[in-house]
Write a protein that binds this ligand. Sequence first.
Ligand SMILES: CC(=O)SCCNC(=O)CCNC(=O)[C@H](O)C(C)(C)COP(=O)(O)OP(=O)(O)OC[C@H]1O[C@@H](n2cnc3c(N)ncnc32)[C@H](O)[C@@H]1OP(=O)(O)O
Ligand SMILES: O=C([O-])CC(=O)C(=O)O
Length: 379
Amino acid sequence: MKMNVEIKEGLEGIIACKTSISRVDIEDGKAVLEYRGYNIHDLARYSTYEETAYLLLFGELPTKKELKAFEEELKDLRDLPAQIIGLLTHLPPFTHPMVVLRTAISYLGSMDKEKHFMDYEHSIQKAKSLIAKIPTIIAYFHRIRTGQNLVHPNPDLGHAENFLYMLKGEVPDRIEARALDVDLILHADHELNASTFAARIAASTLADMYACVVAATGTLMGPLHGGAAQKVIEMLREIAVPWRAEEYVLKKLERKERIMGFGHRIYRNVMDPRTIELRNLAKKLAKMKDSKWFEIAEEVAKAVYKHKGLLPNVDFYSACVYACLGIPDDLFIPIFAMGRIAGWTAHIIEQYVNNRLIRPRALYIGEKGKKYIPLRERG
Ligand SMILES: CC(=O)SCCNC(=O)CCNC(=O)[C@H](O)C(C)(C)COP(=O)(O)OP(=O)(O)OC[C@H]1O[C@@H](n2cnc3c(N)ncnc32)[C@H](O)[C@@H]1OP(=O)(O)O
Ligand SMILES: O=C([O-])CC(=O)C(=O)O
């Protein structure tokens, strides 16, 4: 390969596939995010997670009848096979819940005799099952590791509301349930982010859907991607009071350390549209719960902008939302996955339908043509 070939480190700006699932663009200096052509602000205002998941999977908003049927199907698929509950009780209680999720999804795959069927109907069925079961895996593991009885899914409750109910053992109030619902809508898809790309790479080899979702789950966990949300709350806890925020930020920047929840590959100098919605949610919840997290977060955001010119990303205010909802820190990334599963599965299906193996090239920069010296002569 020629040495003057241009390499885009981190594949920045490279168009790697076509998609009709979500669109991220900068138009007239403002960021636009649409799912299947619908603006994220409209979806956050009027939709539910179930409706948004339907939209991502099927490409159109459902009719009332279609939505009802979809919601009922998800409810029917919520509970876990006994083997998965067994797995959750056997994993060490200190296991990170993201590792638990990855392992449980892999186990679900081992139990699905039809996992190798990649046609549209089978794929949609697996997607529905994963969307329905991921909240139960997260909530059950949390109850098991904290020595509490399992709270089984409640068919009278919607997706987000039921998750909070299974996690905490009581039906959440309407505002809290809606806050999580909106958060899940906002996390449901984001074009070719790292975890979705990982899922599509796996799908391009015709790996089964569980294998693709395991690849995505492992990728989401990294702190430069979804893992940042947990790091954000750890940072806010360390700062503890709003007046310490600027000093904390300055010290981090002096040490050339990254401040979690800031910066984005696409939204360089424009606000991530999801951040606008999540900031409003975090503000409202902080007021309602008399929580300090929003106030500290605001001071951090001001300081990071003043000293580095960076804007908060989706992980920043979502961390405040989860903290105000009383969700344990290490469940922040699994909740991201609980939202993103709709996007991951839609992308896996899109990849299956129009597949070509994803296999880019690398420019070799190591030594060449070296003479092999047998071990006995190497000393
Ligand atoms: C759901 C999501 O995945 S959203 C992203 C979640 N991740 C985080 O919040 C982790 C913190 N953020 C980051 O590490 C980065 O901004 C990323 C990984 C999101 C994007 O990275 P890239 O697109 O590769 O940006 P890149 O690394 O080129 O950064 C450009 C400049 O901004 C700086 N920068 C970017 N993010 C940060 C940050 N969070 N804190 C401090 N400096 C930062 C870089 O050091 C670099 O500065 P320089 O030009 O002075 O060297
Ligand atoms: O798109 C990205 O690179 C990261 C992101 O915001 C997401 O996955 O939601």
